[in-house]
Ligand binder design. Structure first.
Ligand code: SAM
Ligand code: SF4
Length: 323
């Protein structure tokens, strides 16, 4: 799949639910959310149909996301199905980790290639405050559980929040010292739930980490498994790498290779753009044969870039888009 700007699109992020067992302050409101009904969301079979079609025209990498993907019943069944699709090389998952301990083995048996766990702080109270009630101990047990499978690439996604972000950055990076886990700092993206003041740039975080751990060496070749826009660095004596995903301060639209499928079956061409194509209706009307042409045409019109930096604010939350 190629767009009108010559970008090769081979990476699909699939949100399999808009529901979540946490309520991170920068992602979801505390209450008053109307969740999609069961009938509205794509079945695993429908997701498989879309992926099989896309794989024929160039899809190689799939990320399962949400909401919280592990709250959807037997989500490993979907991973198992997608791993069998010819052309799909990797299937990875992004989770908050709350249910990971109990599910790690099933996910690995299903063939998951990588698991990203979102952890913004190791401080028990701060974690509970950011997630509105989450228990960090549960997440850390999930991290331990998935780390027992060396075939799975494990990454941590951290959005730095609050006043003590410097201490938090250091304690989060420490995880990569003793574990083969890659810790990535994700720059906050403006949505209706937060503001500019929450953004810590790559440069700010790098400076803090270098003060404590010494000079970071950029990894050009030796990158961990992944197909996204992370900039990776190596610190001396660390097993894992440190990554930065900086959608606003280091805009990476020029090399964007991804599109998104929402839980209710809309193909979303850019994180920020509201332009979407309804694939669910096509499938449910029995028009599967039209899928490839519709997808190819939509991909061709993928927007050139996002506009977060010009203060345009995303009105949908990341839990609805899939992050
Ligand atoms: N629930 C899963 C999780 O937390 O990993 C998957 C979905 S969540 C929307 C995916 C990622 O989006 C998480 O790492 C989360 O921190 C990130 N995210 C949510 N809102 C964000 C925002 N406004 N800016 C940057 N990242 C955001
Ligand atoms: Fe849920 Fe993930 Fe959003 Fe937090 S970031 S509220 S865990 S979807």
């Amino acid at each position: 799949m190629k767009d009108n700007y010559g970008r090769k699109i081979d990476y699909l992020r699939i949100s399999i639910t808009d529901r979540c067992n946490l309520r991170c302050t920068y992602c979801m409101p505390e209450e008053g959310i109307t969740c999609m009904s069961h009938d509205e969301i794509l079945t695993y079979e429908e997701i498989e149909i879309i992926c099989r079609m896309m794989a024929k025209i160039g899809l190689k990498h799939v990320k399962i996301t949400g909401g919280e993907p592990l709250v959807r019943k037997e989500c490993w069944r979907l991973i198992e199905k997608l791993k069998q699709v010819p052309g799909i090389e990797t299937v990875t998952l992004t989770t908050n980790g709350i249910l990971l301990e109990e599910m790690a083995e099933r996910l690995v048996q299903a063939g998951v290639d990588g698991v990203n766990i979102s952890i913004d702080t190791l401080n028990k109270d701060a974690y509970a405050a950011i997630t509105r009630g989450g228990n960090i101990d549960q997440v850390l047990k999930g991290l331990e559980a998935i780390c027992t499978y060396p075939q799975v690439t494990v990454k941590i996604n951290c959005v730095l929040n609050g006043e003590d972000w410097k201490e938090t950055a250091v304690s989060m990076a420490q995880i990569a010292r003793t574990k083969s886990v890659h810790v990535r700092f994700i720059e906050y993206m403006p949505t209706v739930f937060g503001g500019e003041e929450q953004r810590r740039t790559q440069e700010q975080v790098k400076e803090v980490l270098e003060e404590v751990f010494g000079k970071m060496k950029e990894c050009k070749e030796e990158r961990p498994l992944g197909f996204g826009p992370s900039d990776y660095y190596q610190l001396d004596g660390f097993q894992g790498k440190i990554g930065f995903i900086s959608a606003v301060s280091h805009k990476f639209c020029e090399n964007c290779n991804r599109i998104r499928l929402t839980a209710d079956g809309k193909l979303r061409l850019c994180l920020q753009s509201a332009d979407m194509v309804d694939l669910k209706t096509l499938i449910r009307q029995g028009r599967k044969l039209e899928l490839a042409a519709v997808i190819q045409n939509a991909v061709r019109h993928k927007p050139k870039e996002h506009h977060f930096e010009t203060k345009e604010i995303e009105t949908k939350s990341m839990s609805q888009i899939g992050g």
